[in-house]
Design a protein around this ligand. Structure first.
Ligand code: SF4
Length: 741
C-alpha cells in the first residue's frame, strides 16, 4: 500500500518540504510539499531525485549496513555486533581519557545531522566527557556569518525571511551563486522579478555565474576584495547623502570610527583594488541605498550572501562590512530589507542552536561566558562544564596530526575530502590511534581511515527537526525503517554514553534518559527559555501543523507575540508561522545597550596571494546538480548530465598563453599539492584566475601532496588559513599554477 510521509530535503539550507512516497520498507517516490512555506511544492534537480538515492541497489552497494572493525589499518573491515562495537569504542575512548585527559579525544560532526542528534553529541562531549573538542563541518560553512552577526547585531540570527524577497526593491547578492546553490529560492527571485520588472538585482562575484548573468548590475570583483567594495560603497553613500542619519543616531553605535575607516576608500582606490569600473561602484551604492531617492521614497534592499563571504580568512570582516551598509542606510528591520545569510547545509543553523561547536553552548550561549557555562551546567545537573576552548575543525585535525588528539569520532561528514589542505587531514587520520566513523554511506573517503565503522540511518529513515536559512524549523520524518543494522545517530551516541559511564567516565547520574527524539527536543527547547532563540512554544505537536520560525516563546504559540500568518503572507501564500519571521522591527538589538554596532573592520588581502611561482587565483564553488562530497548525489548517473567530470575552467586568453587546448589534461598545483584534470575555456572566469567545482574527491581526482604522498580531490590544493575570529578556513581561494600534464 502506498504511504505518504511529509519531511524535509536533506541537501541545502533552503529547507524544502518533501512528500515521500513509500511501499513497505521501500521509498518509491518524492515530490515537493505544496504546503511547505520554503518551497510551496517546488524541488530542484537534487531534491526531486532523492527517492532514487534510496533505491535497493544503491542501499546494497553504497550503504553501511552493519558495524565493521579493522584489525589494523589497511585491512578489510570485518562485521561485528553492535554490543561489541560500542563496548570496543567505549573501552578505547575511556582509556585515552584516563591516560591523557578528556581533551585527548575529539568529535567532528555535521550540519547534515538533525538538531536532536546534534544536541546529544554536544552533551556527550561537554557534559559526559568534559571536553569542548567538538566541532562540525558547519565551521566550513557558516561560522563567519555567525561572528559577523554577533559582532554587529549582537546575536546569531538572520533578521530577514524568504517573504522579504517579495517586498524588496533591490536584491544585493554577494558571494552566492544562488541559481545553483539554492535553486528553489532562486526560482522565487525569478518570480519576483517577473512580477515586478523594476526590482533591481545586483550581483557581486569574481566569476560570471548563472546568477550574475541575470543581474541588472554585475560587479566582477577581484577575489577577496569584498570589504574594499563595501567600504567604497559606504564612502560614496556618505558623499551623496544616501545614508540614514536618523536611523544611525537612534539605533547604532560606532559610526564615527567607521566613517574614519572608509574615508580613504575613494572611488578611484576602490575601483582599482576591486578591479571594477567606478560607474558600476557608484550604481551599486545608489541601488543599495534605496535608489538615490528622498528618504521616504527609498526602496528596501535585501542582501543575500553565502560562502563567497564566509569561506575566507577575513570572513567576519566581510560579513560585518556588508551589515554596516544595512545599518548606515536603515535597510534592516522592515519588509524587504536586511542582511540575509543563506545557510549552506540543511541544518547548520540547528547545530548552532544547540551549541554543537567548540566555542558555543546550548541555546546560543557562549563558552567564554562564565554565567552561560553555569546555566548549562545547571540545566544538565552538573557542577560545571569545561571552560577550556575546544579545537575548531582545522585545529582539531592539526592537533590529531601533531599527536595531541589520540581518538577521533567522525559523524555524518567526510573530512578526508571536504576539509582544506588534505595532506594534513590525511596525516591526522593516519596518526590518530583510534578513528570511529559513524556514517550512512560506506563509500566516503574517510571510511578508509576508520578503525570502527558504525552504520547510521539517513534521510527517509529518521525523525527529528532541522532549521533552514530563515530560522524556520521543520520536522524530518521517517518513511521507512532503518536498513540492515543501521541505528539512529542519537541512539548510537546514547548507547556509547551509557557504556562510557559504566567505565567511570562522566557523572554518576544518567545524562541521556531519552526514549526518542521528542524527549531530546523537549530538553533542548526548555534550554532556550529567555534566550534570543526562545522556542519554548514549539512542541512537536505545534510543528506537526506547520514549520515555524524562531523565536517562538510559549505565549506566541498560544496566539500571543510574533508575526501572524496574515502579516507574514507572501502574495497569495500563507506561511502560517507563529514565530517571528522578521527581527529588529522595533530598532532594538540584543546588545547590552540595545543598539547595533558598526564594525570598523579593515580590508585584508587573501591569505595566499598570487606569486611568480603560483600565478593564478583559484576560486571554488558548487555545481547545480551535485551536493558536497557527492556521497548521495554521486550515486545517480543522471545528475552527471550537467557536468560529467571535473574540469578546471580558465579564461581562453590564459589558456592560449600557456599553449593549452580545450579538454587537454593539465597539472594544477598549489603549495600543498597537485591534481591532474582537463582544462576548459570559459569567459565567465576572469584573466589571472581559475575555477574548480568543490565536489570532486579522490575517486575522481588523483594527485599528490607537496612531499609526493598520495593526496586527492580539490582540497589537495586549498589552504587551511582561517579567519581569526570565526576560524572558518579560506576554501574559496588559493594561489595555483597550471602546466600541461
Ligand atoms: Fe533540496 Fe535545496 Fe533543492 Fe530545495 S533547493 S530541493 S532544499 S537541494
Amino acid at each position: 500500500m502506498l504511504k505518504e510521509t511529509r519531511s524535509t530535503c536533506p541537501y541545502c539550507g533552503v529547507g524544502c518540504g518533501v512528500v515521500i512516497e513509500s511501499r513497505g520498507d521501500q521509498i518509491t517516490g518524492v515530490r515537493g510539499d505544496p504546503d511547505h512555506p520554503a518551497n510551496f511544492g517546488r524541488l530542484c534537480s537534487k531534491g526531486s531525485t532523492l527517492h532514487l538515492t534510496a533505491a535497493p541497489e544503491i542501499t546494497r552497494q553504497q550503504r553501511l549496513l552493519q558495524p565493521l572493525r579493522r584489525a589494523q589499518r589497511g585491512d578489510a573491515p570485518v562485521a561485528i555486533g553492535w554490543d561489541e562495537a560500542l563496548d570496543d569504542a567505549a573501552t578505547r575512548f575511556a582509556g585515552f581519557i584516563e591516560a591523557h585527559g578528556p581533551d585527548a579525544v575529539g568529535f567532528y560532526i555535521s550540519g547534515q545531522l538533525l538538531t536532536e542528534d546534534y544536541y546529544v553529541f554536544n552533551k556527550l562531549a561537554k557534559g559526559q566527557i568534559g571536553s569542548n573538542n567538538i566541532d562540525t563541518n558547519s565551521r566550513l560553512c557558516m561560522s563567519s556569518a555567525v561572528s559577523g552577526y554577533k559582532l554587529t547585531l549582537g546575536a546569531d540570527a538572520p533578521p530577514a525571511c524568504y517573504e522579504d524577497i517579495d517586498h524588496a526593491g533591490c536584491l544585493f547578492i554577494a558571494g552566492s551563486n544562488t541559481a545553483w546553490a539554492h535553486p528553489v529560492l532562486y526560482r522565487r527571485i525569478e518570480d519576483a522579478k517577473r512580477r515586478r520588472p523594476d526590482l533591481k538585482i545586483v550581483v557581486v562575484d569574481p566569476r560570471r555565474t548563472d546568477t550574475a548573468s541575470s543581474a541588472d548590475l554585475f560587479l566582477q570583483i577581484q577575489p577577496g576584495t569584498d570589504v574594499a567594495l563595501f567600504h567604497g560603497m559606504l564612502h560614496l553613500m556618505l558623499w551623496e547623502g544616501w545614508t540614514d542619519s536618523a536611523y544611525i543616531a537612534a539605533h547604532t553605535t560606532g559610526f564615527d570610527e567607521l566613517k574614519a575607516r572608509v574615508r580613504d576608500w575613494t572611488p578611484d582606490r576602490t575601483a582599482q583594488v576591486c578591479g571594477i569600473p567606478k560607474e558600476a561602484l557608484a550604481e551599486a551604492a545608489r541601488l543599495f541605498a534605496g535608489g538615490g531617492a528622498a528618504p521616504q521614497d527609498r526602496h528596501p534592499t535585501l542582501s543575500l550572501y553565502c560562502q563567497g563571504l564566509n569561506q575566507s580568512s577575513s570572513g567576519t570582516a566581510k560579513n560585518a562590512a556588508l551589515i554596516n551598509l544595512h545599518l548606515a542606510t536603515g535597510q534592516i528591520g522592515k519588509p524587504g530589507a536586511g542582511p540575509f545569510s543563506l545557510t549552506g547545509q540543511p541544518n547548520a543553523m540547528g547545530g548552532r542552536e544547540v551549541g554543537g561547536m567548540a566555542n558555543l553552548l546550548s541555546a546560543h550561549r557562549d563558552l567564554a561566558n562564565p554565567a552561560h557555562r553555569a546555566e548549562v551546567a545547571a540545566l544538565w545537573g552538573l557542577p560545571s562544564v569545561p571552560d577550556k576552548p575546544g579545537k575548531t575543525a582545522v585545529e582539531m585535525f592539526q592537533a590529531a596530526a601533531d599527536g595531541e588528539i589520540k581518538a577521533l569520532w567522525i559523524a555524518c561528514t567526510n573530512p578526508a575530502q571536504s576539509l582544506p589542505d588534505q595532506a594534513t587531514v590525511r596525516r591526522a587520520l593516519q596518526r590518530a590511534e583510534f578513528v570511529v566513523v559513524q556514517e550512512a554511506f560506506a563509500t566516503t573517503a574517510t571510511c578508509d581511515f576508520a578503525d570502527l565503522l558504525l552504520p547510521a540511518t539517513t534521510w527517509g529513515e529518521k525523525e527529528g527537526t532541522v532549521t533552514n536559512s530563515e530560522r524556520r524549523i521543520s520536522r524530518v520524518r521517517a518513511a521507512v525503517p532503518a536498513p540492515g543494522l543501521a541505528r539512529h545517530d542519537w541512539q548510537i551516541v546514547m548507547d556509547f554514553a551509557h557504556r562510557l559511564q559504566a567505565r567511570g567516565i562522566g557523572p554518576r547520574h544518567d545524562l541521556f534518559p531519552y526514549d526518542g527524539p521528542q524527549a531530546i527536543w523537549n530538553e533542548h527547547r526548555a534550554s532556550t527559555r529567555g534566550r534570543d532563540l526562545d522556542i519554548t512554544g514549539l512542541s512537536y505537536d505545534i510543528l506537526e501543523t506547520a514549520p515555524q520560525h524562531w523565536p517562538c516563546p510559549a505565549d506566541a504559540s498560544q496566539g500571543g507575540a510574533g508575526e501572524t500568518a496574515a502579516q507574514a503572507r507572501a502574495p497569495g501564500q500563507s506561511t502560517g508561522s507563529l514565530g517571528r519571521a522578521r527581527l529588529y522591527e522595533d530598532g532594538r538589538f540584543p546588545t547590552p545597550d540595545g543598539r547595533a554596532r558598526f564594525a570598523a573592520v579593515d580590508h585584508q588581502p587573501v591569505a595566499e596571494p598570487r606569486s611568480a611561482r603560483f600565478p593564478l587565483a583559484l576560486t571554488t564553488g558548487r555545481l547545480r546538480d551535485q551536493w558536497h562530497g557527492m556521497s548521495r548525489t554521486g550515486t545517480l548517473g543522471r545528475l552527471f548530465g550537467h557536468a560529467p567530470e571535473a574540469v578546471v575552467q580558465m579564461n581562453s586568453g590564459d589558456m592560449a598563453r600557456r599553449g593549452l587546448q580545450e579538454g587537454e589534461l593539465v597539472h594544477l598545483s598549489s603549495p600543498r599539492g597537485a591534481i591532474v584534470l582537463p582544462a576548459q575555456a570559459s569567459e565567465d572566469v576572469a584573466s589571472g584566475q581559475a575555477y574548480l567545482p568543490m565536489h570532486w574527491g579522490s575517486e575522481f581526482l588523483s594527485g599528490h601532496d607537496s612531499t609526493g604522498q598520495p593526496s586527492a580531490g580539490v582540497n589537495a590544493l586549498t589552504t587551511s588559513a582561517f579567519d581569526p575570529t570565526s576560524k572558518q578556513p579560506e576554501l574559496k581561494h588559493a594561489a595555483v599554477k597550471v602546466v600541461k600534464a
